[in-house]
Design a binder for this molecule. Structure first.
Ligand SMILES: *Cc1c(COP(=O)(O)O)cnc(C)c1O
Length: 387
């Protein structure tokens, strides 16, 4: 494709249809139809049905953990997790995350306390945790982003040293592996999202993985007022059940995982070669993993690019390239979570200003990446006119 005239300067958009940043891998219609027909024939629609049970068993193998509890979405999974762990007071978590992380804490009547992240890896470290520790903190809620991973073992050791529980928002990390093991088996438990934007999708969905049978039993009793498995005493029940429809889609998505991961990795390689010579644009490497789902393409837009990150985002949007600022505004700038004196999180502030996620996933083809790179070059070349 030849980029003749940028859309932000009055030209036609380079893409007729919007290119999103989410994964959006869905099974083809024929397989979907067979799965849905099975549900209607069994007339078993929800409440820990055969497909939900099958999905849990398969995810236990896939994640290498003893227990997987499937839930409606990761946000409620995180809320159920805080209750299953019987947390109190404050929960220490990185501000470099999606809003659902601190929201899950606040919705359980707990107070999120934010720590900063390492500028190179974008993840929390024992040093950033140490700097943010304050009285009243009962747990650490770690976060993995982009298909990279925090140093699970070091964070866990630090938590233990401070007598804190440690659990993980691994919403983006399905199928990632660190040198110390698969994401899923660390801390007290890990919560994954099966949202449509994530690599394994139920449309909406999530699951909690743990090796602790007591935590798993509590989660199963919190998930539904009907319970599932042996009854154990929990403070509150809820409705976090996964329907058979969600489980059916997730099972097909799990079958496709290797193929979709390979597609992500191939796209990532095209991005690497296309973006490497654009001044001021740096594709973030994957950190802390020996195998990644390559969930996100994250670039940092430096001053030497010549056009601001926000103007670049707007100019790409005009071309139907729906680049996203991750995360904007930072969760510590959201009214509900602000406090006085203001959070002092310079690395997170910097990343919130610099980072841009570019399209990857089912809607993106290799040649689209070439077009996106051309557009970025063109936007840079026309910087003076754009702003
Ligand atoms: C997607 C995501 C969530 C929320 O997952 P849902 O299934 O949509 O509730 C939470 N945390 C992070 C880091 C995410 O990326």
């Amino acid at each position: 494709m030849s980029v003749k005239h940028l859309a932000c300067l009055g030209g036609e958009p380079a893409f007729a249809d919007p290119l999103p940043v989410g994964q959006l891998y869905f099974p083809d219609w024929e397989r979907y139809e067979v799965a849905m027909r099975g549900i209607f024939e069994r007339q078993y629609y929800t409440n820990h049905g055969p497909l939900a049970r099958q999905l849990e068993a398969r995810l236990e193998v896939f994640l290498g953990v003893k227990h997987v509890v499937c839930v409606t979405n990761a946000t409620i999974g995180l809320m159920m997790a805080a209750e299953a762990l019987e947390l109190s007071g404050k929960v220490l978590t990185p501000a470099m995350t999606f809003l659902a992380t601190p929201l899950s804490v606040a919705r359980c009547g707990l107070e999120p306390v934010f720590c900063d992240v390492d500028p190179v890896t974008h993840h929390m470290t024992p040093a950033t945790l140490e700097a943010a520790l304050e009285p009243g903190v009962s747990a650490v809620l770690g976060v993995h982003l982009w298909g990279s991973a925090a140093d699970t073992i070091e964070v866990q050791k630090w938590a233990e040293k401070n007598a804190l529980k440690c659990y993980w928002d691994s919403a983006q990390s399905m199928g990632c592996e660190t040198a110390k093991g698969l994401i899923g088996g660390f801390g007290e438990l890990e919560v994954f999202s099966l949202h449509a934007t994530k690599i394994i999708s139920a449309g909406e969905g999530g699951c909690v993985a743990t090796n602790d049978p007591d935590i798993a039993a509590r989660l199963r009793n919190i998930r539904s007022s009907y319970g599932a498995g042996p009854a154990v005493s929990v403070v509150k029940t809820s409705n976090g059940r996964m329907s058979e429809f969600q489980a059916a889609i997730a099972l097909l998505s799990l079958d496709d995982f290797e193929m979709n991961k390979a597609n992500n990795i191939a796209l990532r390689e095209v991005y690497m070669s296309e973006l490497c010579d654009i001044e001021g644009i740096t594709l973030e490497p994957l950190h802390g993993v020996i195998a990644s789902n390559a969930q996100s393409i994250v670039v940092r837009v430096g001053e030497d690019f010549g056009v601001s990150r926000n103007l670049l985002k707007d100019a790409l949007s005009a071309e139907n390239v729906l680049a996203r600022r991750y995360f904007w505004p930072g969760v510590h700038k959201v009214e509900q979570f602000m406090r006085q004196p203001q959070w002092n999180l310079p690395q997170t502030d910097q990343l919130n200003e610099d980072v841009l996620a570019l399209p990857i996933g089912s809607r993106v083809k290799g040649e689209d990446v070439g077009t996106i790179a051309k557009l970025i070059r063109e936007i840079q070349r026309n910087g003076a006119q754009i702003g």
